[in-house]
Design a binder for this molecule. Structure first.
Ligand code: NAP
Length: 483
């Protein structure tokens, strides 16, 4: 039975004479908003509150998507309609784990859906990782996107002409593109002004994009690869020897057109010639190298001066996957900045089951499980990167939300006492009261609309879609300004 059909039946069966279903969604990124949208449509009795630790909604769409990808941000229109629905409310500046606990939230709501994403980073665990000049890609992305936690990062873009990016996924491509794209092309985007100014003065001309596996295994996608290869005055360098394919690579390409296409694009780019422009920038794709340790500068103690890399070869890792193994041969790349783009990581909170190895909340189709997988936590669900790990594009969350909402609907149907039961929950009223008692200054959607209007107004003055407010103080002040 489809989840939509099931849900429709529930609407008429369960909620016509029942108290409303109070739902709280934690996290207002794509996973949170798609879950809210689907729940609103599936359950006419549902009252949904979306909370977020930031005063601004939309999660990764606002602080993750690159400023030169405005088309991806169109999802905000749909999310705004959801937030303005008469059965939905947004409360920003409310942090689960410090402003309120998970058990308080579960006491207030029949259903709690955790969709707060992945706000930390995987670590390499190699010597020198804490040296100055080494940043996670997330920190760098949050910096150029004006996230209030990282607007004062001040990455070192001036000590040399070289930056190394570790990892070859789409986040690596995003940060490489921002470092290499002419700033005249970024000026008309919603990039934070502090970042644009720093990039305008940047000395970085060479970017090394380092992958531990080969061109056939690079985690990036063809569309994003084509985009970076097309940057004006950008010379692409790829070693001929790195393009040699083995029978195992051939097999991988036979099984995946996407892999084949990426390999072809890289091979074609490698054959291109330098245009010899004086402001030429270089992007070096470096394959079969894994980071061994970071090198410390002699002149500038505590700062990175390079990366020591171990050459790798690929071996079968089972089920058709090839994995990188070190060869014991090493080489250095000198640089003054390193961006680790090896993946995001979710953060656990008190009272929440968490699989530290996978970096996710253990779940079965979105139902949070503790200990034994047959033990589900009543009324507690998960969606997005916190549910399945930090992979996938915005639209992936549509399917992810559908699955979680399907589980919620099914649980209501099958186990009425367990999830919704006959118990009345305080829902929004209780949340608002609790936040008031705790003196938490929540920002509702109209507060966000004030921020939005101010940013757009400031953007007009600079010929950009918006000029982001980048500090907590400015965001909170704008959210409560007289209109
Ligand atoms: P990702 O696609 O998983 O790529 C991670 C990269 O880091 C891979 O090259 C991986 O190599 C490497 N890596 C991981 N651990 C490593 C280690 N210990 N040492 C060396 N290298 C290591 O992750 P992401 O780039 O953070 O992207 C996250 C998701 O967001 C992806 O699904 C991505 O497509 C999506 N995204 C999409 C867009 C877009 O559509 N424009 C933009 C940004 C992000 P291995 O392959 O060898 O593991």
């Amino acid at each position: 039975m489809s989840s939509m059909f099931l849900a429709r039946r529930l609407v008429t069966r369960c909620f016509s004479s029942r108290p409303p279903l109070h739902v709280c969604i934690v996290g207002s990124g794509p996973a949170g908003f798609y879950t809210a949208d689907k729940l609103l449509k599936a359950h006419e009795g549902a009252r949904i509150d979306i909370i977020d630790r930031l005063p601004t909604p939309f999660g990764l769409v606002r602080s993750g998507v690159a400023p030169d990808h405005p088309e991806t941000k169109i999802a905000i229109n749909q999310f705004s309609r959801v937030a303005q629905h008469n059965r939905c409310a947004f409360y920003g500046n409310v942090k689960l784990g410090s402003d309120l606990s998970l058990s308080e939230l579960r006491d207030l709501y029949h259903v709690v859906v955790l969709a707060y994403g992945a706000e930390s980073d995987k670590n390499l665990g190699i010597p020198g990782e804490s040296l100055g000049g080494i940043y996670s890609a997330r920190e760098f992305v949050w910096w150029y996107n004006g996230h209030p936690d990282y607007s004062s990062l001040k990455p070192d873009l001036k000590s040399s002409d070289t930056a190394v990016i570790l990892g070859q996924g789409n986040v690596a491509l995003d940060v490489a593109r921002i470092l290499l794209r002419p700033t005249t092309e970024l000026a008309s985007t919603d990039i934070a002004t502090h970042a644009l100014s720093a990039l305008e003065e940047s000395s970085i001309r060479k970017v090394y994009l380092v992958g531990r596996r080969g061109p056939v295994q690079a985690a990036l996608t063809a569309k994003e690869l084509r985009e970076i290869l097309g940057i004006k005055n950008l010379h692409i360098r790829i070693k001929e020897t790195d393009l040699t394919v083995t029978p195992a690579d051939e097999e991988e390409m036979k099984n995946s057109r996407a892999r084949k296409r990426i390999y072809e694009l890289l091979s074609k780019a490698a054959a291109g010639t330098s245009k010899g422009d004086c402001d030429q920038r270089e992007l070096h794709f470096v394959f079969f190298r894994q980071p061994e340790r970071f090198l410390e500068s002699d002149e500038s103690k505590g700062r990175v001066s390079g990366v020591n890399l171990e050459k790798t070869i690929l071996e079968s890792g089972g089920s058709g996957k090839q994995i990188a193994v070190g060869t014991g041969e090493f080489e250095d790349i000198n640089c003054s900045m390193v961006l680790k783009a090896i993946g995001y990581k979710s953060v656990p909170i008190d009272g929440l089951p968490f699989d530290h190895k996978k970096g996710i909340v253990p779940n079965v189709r979105g139902r949070v499980v503790s200990g034994d997988i047959s033990q589900t936590e009543p009324g507690l669900y998960v969606c997005g990167w916190l549910k399945r790990g930090p992979v996938g594009i915005i639209a992936t969350n549509l399917y992810c939300a559908e699955e979680t909402v399907g589980s919620i609907s099914q649980d209501i149907e099958e186990e009425e006492e367990g999830v919704v039961g006959k118990s009345e929950k305080a829902g929004r009223k209780g949340l608002v009261q609790l936040l008031e008692n705790k003196m938490v200054k929540k920002v509702d959607f109209s507060g966000w609309e004030k921020i939005d209007a101010k940013e757009k107004q400031m953007g007009i003055e600079r010929n950009k879609p918006r000029e982001k407010l980048v500090t907590w103080e400015d965001l909170l002040a704008a959210s409560s300004a007289d209109s």
